[in-house]
Design a protein around this ligand. Structure first.
Ligand SMILES: Cc1ncc(COP(=O)(O)O)c(C=O)c1O
Length: 360
């Protein structure tokens, strides 16, 4: 247990480590700390992968042509505007390294890998904080300088709120005018695809939009993501990418995911219903204040004096339920935790355990 009390893990979803530390099987843990589609991956994936097995005697298609064509179709772009990667995280590191920015400007709170990628590329990082009174999203726009690389998540992470499109357009125009790059992280926008800002790509050559297969299609272990951007920019980034980083199985799975429109609509309906259910129940629980969200996670503030997210996380572990202590997000503190939206029965279990822990 000591290792658990030392410091919260940098991310949610570290179930291998947790199961080892607790001496339990992964299957015994109910994981609300990583935001993965509770339906599991699309059913057609197993067959698609079995069929693709015979291709693994070859190196993967280095340019992922079939997957890029499918992505182009899905996003109404051209294949030249798409670069695929080994998870969107690989692409964050690639951008920080390959664009040689003068400075990184991160809108916080934010996914910690932006800062880590900048550190590894020896690029200084600055921060543009958003605050609680505005649900941790932009209420005004930073002023990027020449050579900056701006990181901004849409919907916001970890609060799950949408950006005001007007503010985004102002930021994109300022970035373009200043000679800065803007990386818009839409890793969770699939849950509200109609809100994606990808429609503005053609107007801003400095804009890169990051997408992930991890969350919506429930394949975190496969590693697949992509960047959408102007063909000149994606081609430049491709030159700095390690060869074959996207394996054959991932390429095949990506295409099968995009083709399953029934799974896609079922997921959106389920997440919307369950998020509303969870939000209402959490809002009615004394000591908890959830933030409004449009995606498959909810940021929650502990308002009961003396209770910290780290302590709550430990107590929840005695129920074998994992929540994300969000205190290590820059700009948040020990009052904040985050939970995924799962299926009804699991959500009920979470709520029951939370109520018990808060009564103690
Ligand atoms: C906001 C955000 N962006 C990007 C990622 C990276 O996802 P992946 O590398 O699995 O595509 C995460 C993962 O948690 C995230 O929370």
């Amino acid at each position: 247990m000591t290792e658990l009390t030392e410091k919260p893990p940098p991310h949610g979803g570290d179930v291998y480590h947790l199961a080892r530390t607790l001496g339990v099987d992964i299957a015994d843990l109910l994981d609300f700390s990583a935001n993965i589609n509770p339906l599991g991956f699309p059913p057609g994936l197993t067959m698609a992968v079995q069929e693709a097995m015979r291709e693994i005697v070859h190196y993967p298609d280095r340019r992922s042509l079939k997957l890029r064509a499918a992505l182009a179709d899905y996003h109404r772009l051209t294949p030249g505007e798409i670069l695929v990667g080994n998870g969107s995280t690989e692409l964050i590191y690639l951008v920080a390294r390959a664009l040689r920015p003068r400075r990184g400007l991160i809108v916080t709170p934010a996914f910690s890998e932006y800062e880590h990628a900048l550190n590894l590329a020896r690029v200084p990082a600055d921060f543009y904080p958003t605050d609680e009174s505005h649900n941790f999203t932009l209420r005004d726009v930073p002023e990027p300088q020449a050579g900056d690389l701006v990181f901004l998540a849409h919907p916001a992470s970890p609060s799950g709120v949408l950006l005001d499109p007007e503010l985004f357009l102002r930021l994109a125009a300022r970035s373009e005018a200043a000679g800065a790059y803007l990386l818009l992280d839409e890793a969770f926008v699939d849950f509200v695809e109609e809100a994606s800002l990808k429609i503005h790509l053609g107007r801003f050559p400095c804009l890169l939009i990051l997408r992930s297969f991890t969350k919506f299609f429930a394949i975190p272990g496969m590693r697949l993501g992509c960047l959408l951007g102007a063909p000149e920019l994606t081609a430049r980034l491709a030159e700095s990418q390690e060869p074959w980083s996207v394996n054959t199985m991932a390429q095949v799975m990506g295409r099968a995911c995009l083709a399953d429109s029934e799974y896609i609509s079922r997921t959106r309906a389920l997440i919307k219903r369950e998020r509303e259910f969870l939000f209402d129940r959490l809002a009615a629980t004394p000591g908890l204040t959830p933030f409004p969200s449009v995606v498959n996670y909810l940021l929650v503030e502990l308002t009961r004096p003396g209770m910290t997210a780290a302590a709550l996380r430990e107590q929840m572990l005695t129920h074998r339920i994992v929540i994300r202590d969000a205190s290590n997000f820059r700009g948040l503190d020990e009052r904040f935790f985050r939970i995924a939206v799962r299926g009804r029965e699991e959500n009920e279990r979470l709520l029951m355990a939370l109520e018990q822990c808060l009564r103690m």
